[in-house]
Design a protein around this ligand. Structure first.
Ligand code: SAH
Length: 256
């Protein structure tokens, strides 16, 4: 998969990628990432990328012409047409489903805004506008890294165990079940300073795989019901899960 990220702070993209799974995938050539410094596409001596807004008001706006030149250079290098994603708090919400869809594309370009954002005319070349959540950040670099990270996990070979991606929270419309690892028992001081022994749920050490599977389904469902019930409307549940969900909902009513 090919990715281009256009930014005025290349180090903000490059440095976080020096460590971790995504960085390694780039090193191994599973992802071909090119970070483009927007200032390289200016034509003036001071490499100016921003200017005051027409009509007045606070802040600065990213000039459109360097961005158009950057996109031309990327198209010349990689081939057109381009999927150009503008990061913006006004965009469609980025989700796990969006990440999976984007991972199916051969090439995407991510534009990182700064200051008050982009000159509106840049939208002429933008094919999608994505927001990572309802809050405003100082720049598009963190959103671009978020999109890159979530998309890259779907690229075959990037995450060692593909099963784990398929089972992740959201992948089937449910939150993930709880996980435990060794030791089976630990003695810890709880919030009140009292020593207690914390044990792994017995079913997980039972070796009974059918029971473990059922327990995990039940936990995933009860968590989702408790924390994010709206996800259940769109979740694709098998028969066993539908039955478990009816039981969980029934148990909830009895408690009321
Ligand atoms: N004035 C703009 C916000 C600019 S924030 C407005 O009100 O819409 C500066 C840049 O940070 C944006 O251009 C965008 O690239 C990035 N950004 C900020 N918040 C974001 C979010 N929630 N999702 C994606 N990008 C965001």
């Amino acid at each position: 998969m090919n990715l281009d990220i256009v930014t005025i702070f290349p180090a903000m993209i490059e440095q976080p990628l020096a460590a971790g799974i995504i960085g390694r995938a780039i090193e191994r050539g599973m992802l071909d990432l090119k970070v483009r410094d927007l200032r390289d596409f200016t034509t003036d001596r001071h490499r100016v990328v921003d200017d005051v807004p027409y009509g007045g008001g606070p802040g600065m706006v990213l000039k459109p012409d360097p961005i158009f030149r950057a996109l031309d250079a990327i198209a010349a290098d990689r081939g057109a047409p381009l999927t150009v994603i503008m990061t913006s708090p006004q965009g469609r919400r980025f989700t796990q489903a969006e990440a999976e869809r984007l991972a199916g594309l051969e090439h995407i370009v991510l534009l990182c805004g700064r200051y008050e954002g982009f000159d509106e005319r840049v939208r002429e070349r933008v094919t999608e506008e994505l927001s990572i959540g309802d809050y405003v950040l100082t720049g598009g670099e963190l959103p671009a890294l978020v999109v890159l990270d979530a998309v890259a996990r779907f690229v075959p070979g990037v995450v060692g165990d593909e099963q784990s991606v398929a089972q992740d929270t959201f992948s089937r419309g449910l939150l993930n079940h709880p996980q435990y690892t060794r030791p089976a028992e630990i003695e810890v001081r709880g919030v009140r300073g009292v020593l207690e022994v914390l044990r792994v749920p017995e079913v997980l050490t039972s070796g009974n795989h059918a029971e473990i599977r059922r327990w995990r389904k039940r936990e995933a469902l009860s968590r989702t019901l408790e924390r994010r019930p709206e996800l259940l409307d769109a979740a694709s549940l098998d028969e066993e899960e539908q039955q478990l969900l009816r039981e969980l909902k029934g148990a909830g009513h009895e408690r009321d």
